[in-house]
Design a binder for this molecule. Structure first.
Ligand code: HEM
Length: 228
């Protein structure tokens, strides 16, 4: 079994399965975050539920493991692919047969990772570890909870850094969308849920998904920076 996960097909399978898990996480995360547009009470109730529900707490180590495995195997496979290429291979042919995104998945993934580190420091770190004055507890329908809404909105509306952070969140969402444009159908193909007919369908469904994710995550900072 361990031999299988050392083979390149086993490694690609692990990267794809964790990638599909992260794709599901993104849909859940975006849905929860869109409650920001419904106002303080709505988002704080959802955020409190996500932060206290035991099942969701159990999923957090799985999520962290999913990210780590995905990044490790993406790095291993990229290094192996680079080594396997002959010194001066025909770049013209390669450019014709694959898209810019598919040739730069590792770079795009790296940029999403840079965004993710910043993002974890902005919110998750403050909520779970360091605390922040903006998080001061509030009561919603008699339930005591942290004001996560004030923390998020405070970042996008910060008088000096709001424009920078709002811009970085939109750029991060665009990188993520581009990464998904290739990742979605490619992961499904690797796990064997694709064929000649379904490949085209997954490409279209993947692009729709990528636009929803990139657009949805972009709307939030834009809404708070420009319209609130
Ligand atoms: C407008 C954009 C976004 C907002 C407002 C937002 C908001 C948040 C908040 C408030 C948390 C802390 C949750 C808690 O600990 O209670 C969080 C955590 C997290 N976010 Fe985001 N997020 C955004 C975009 C993204 C994107 C694009 C990704 C993936 C690339 C992402 C990945 C994560 C991860 C992995 C965590 C830690 C796990 C968790 O707490 O669920 N987020 N986000």
């Amino acid at each position: 079994m361990s031999g299988f996960f050392r083979s390149s097909i086993g490694q690609k399978l692990l990267m794809s399965v964790t990638g599909l898990f992260l794709i599901v996480f993104l849909a859940v995360h975006l849905t929860a975050n869109l409650f920001l547009l419904a106002g303080s009470d709505a988002f704080n109730v959802v955020s409190h539920f996500m932060g206290t529900n035991p099942l969701i707490q159990l999923m957090q180590p799985a999520l962290a493991a999913g990210f780590i495995v995905h990044i490790i195997y993406a790095s291993i496979l990229t290094l192996q692919n680079q080594k396997a290429r002959p010194g001066k291979y025909n770049t013209v042919n390669q450019k014709n047969s694959s898209s810019w995104v598919s040739r730069n998945m590792f770079v795009l993934g790296g940029l999403v990772l840079v965004f993710l580190v910043m993002h974890i420091l902005n919110f998750f770190w403050k909520i779970k570890v360091s605390g922040d004055p903006l998080l001061a507890h509030i009561d919603v329908d008699g339930v005591h909870m942290e004001n996560a809404y004030a923390l998020v909105v405070g970042l996008f509306q910060d008088p000096s850094l709001g424009i920078l952070y709002s811009g970085l969140y939109v750029v991060g969402a665009i990188f993520l969308g581009l990464h998904l444009h290739h990742a979605f159908w490619s992961a499904l193909q690797t796990v064997g849920w694709s064929n000649d007919v379904w490949r085209k369908r997954w490409e279209v469904i993947g692009d729709i998904y990528a636009v929803i994710i990139a657009g949805g995550f972009s709307i939030i900072p834009l809404y708070f920076y420009f319209f609130q």
